[in-house]
Design a protein around this ligand. Sequence first.
Ligand SMILES: [Zn+2]
Length: 228
Amino acid sequence: MSSASMQPLPPGVTFLAPQIPVHVFLGKRPGPTSIVQAGIHGDEIGGSHALAEWLEDGVRLEAGKLLVIPIMNPPAYRARERAAPGGLDLNRCFPGDPSAPERERRLAAQFMALVLAERPALVATLHESKKRYDPQVKPSFGQTLVYGVTPCPPVLTRVVASLNDEASPEEHWETLHYPVATSSTEVIVEATGCVGTCVETWMGFPERRRIQMQRRVVGLLLAEIGHQ
Ligand SMILES: [Zn+2]
């Protein structure tokens, strides 16, 4: 499909070109639209596996529309590298260019067209960080919900409060203002005014626990946006 002609997607599985599966769900009631994607960085697997397990278990949506993209950058994921071998950092290619020679810039443009067609209330991008968050160390993201606008969207503050209520102190979460000009979140929020966040688990935790945390964050975000 060309980016210029993209329409809101029907339920089921569809594809961005290059071939990126997009799982589309409709709730029982009308409501907001959210897009949750992971694997834009191929070595940050917690979010990709959280979304894959969620899809296998069966996504139950009460209201609205949900688009799930477990692996945004498959060659990077297969290589377990931030970017595909010889490729660009996809999260520094937004808003992209549909006629660019680089696959990443074309894919970014496709994703932007999808976002503009769907007009989501929330775009969540699942990442992981090798560095535990420390306000003195920039950059460091482990266990944060990153946002690029001020003030912090209240949804994110509430989700972090819920996470800290139920998790052990060592899994402490924070909100973090850290705008990145060409990142998907930044460009999408600028273009649509939606709530945008990068979910960053700390890679010092075991993989199984990071997958659980990613899934929990997504569940809390979707509940706050009004899907449950
Ligand atoms: Zn990342």
